[in-house]
Write a protein that binds this ligand. Sequence first.
Ligand code: RB5
Length: 141
Amino acid sequence: MIALGSDHGGYRLKQEIIQYLEKQKLEYKDYGCDSEESCDYPVYAKKVAEAIVSGECDRGILICGTGIGISIAANKVKGIRAALCHDTFSAQATREHNDANILALGARVVGSGLALKIVDTFLHTEFSDDERHKNRIRQIE
Ligand code: RB5
């Protein structure tokens, strides 16, 4: 199950990601926001982060204008490794090396075509399971 969250700046891109997930028949849960009306990204970062640490969802996607605020907020929750990625190389590397459990995107930074490729890469790349990387993640924890 994929947890989705955004503020108003990320709302439209989140709707495109929902369409992509539905086409791919991937299950998701949308934790808001529900419109382009101004709202606070930490609220949605916390909802998605908690859905992941509780085990309710496996991975998350968070979107705000830049992706910065929402990733900073999500990373305050213990157990969360949120990665802000605006290219597919980073999305692949953060899954393989950091076992990132949340992808953060900036809707005002990337177009939806690239954003969907980043989402696709993030969701279809597994952690490398290498002892070096596991040890570094333990150090983060
Ligand atoms: C909202 O205007 C904007 O500040 C927010 O979406 C995000 O970019 C913050 O990091």
